[in-house]
Design a protein around this ligand. Structure first.
Ligand code: SF4
Length: 97
C-alpha cells in the first residue's frame, strides 16, 4: 500500500511511472523534447506542473514544461500579481506646487 500524503496522490496516475527519472532531467533541447513527448497526454500534467511551480523546482521537465518555460510562467504570474496589487491600491493624491 502506498502511504504518500494526499498532496502526492496525483503521482500515482503519472504517465511516467516506471520510466527512468533521468529522462526528465535532460542535458539538451532534444532531451527536453523527448521528455515533453512523454508528458503529452499525461492525465496529471496540470498537477505536476503546479507542484513544480509551487515548490520552485528549477531543474528538469515537469508537467510538460522545461526549466525555461516554468521560469517564464512564474515571471508572468508575478507580473499579474503585481498588476492586481497596483489596481487595488487607492489612488494617490497628486499635489502640484
Ligand atoms: S506531466 Fe510528465 S513528468 Fe509530470 S507526471 Fe506526467 S509524465 Fe510525469
Amino acid at each position: 500500500m502506498d502511504e504518500r500524503p494526499e498532496e502526492y496522490a496525483w503521482m500515482l496516475k503519472a504517465k511516467c511511472r516506471g520510466i527512468s527519472p533521468t529522462e526528465f532531467f535532460p542535458s539538451d533541447g532534444v532531451g527536453v523534447e523527448v521528455a515533453q513527448q512523454i508528458c503529452d497526454g499525461c492525465p496529471v500534467v496540470a498537477e505536476c506542473l503546479e507542484y513544480a511551480l509551487e515548490n520552485r523546482i528549477e531543474h528538469g521537465v515537469w508537467g510538460g514544461a522545461s526549466e525555461r518555460e516554468r521560469r517564464r510562467i512564474l515571471r508572468r504570474r508575478r507580473q499579474a500579481a503585481a498588476a492586481r496589487t497596483a489596481d487595488s491600491e487607492p489612488l494617490q493624491a497628486v499635489h502640484h506646487a
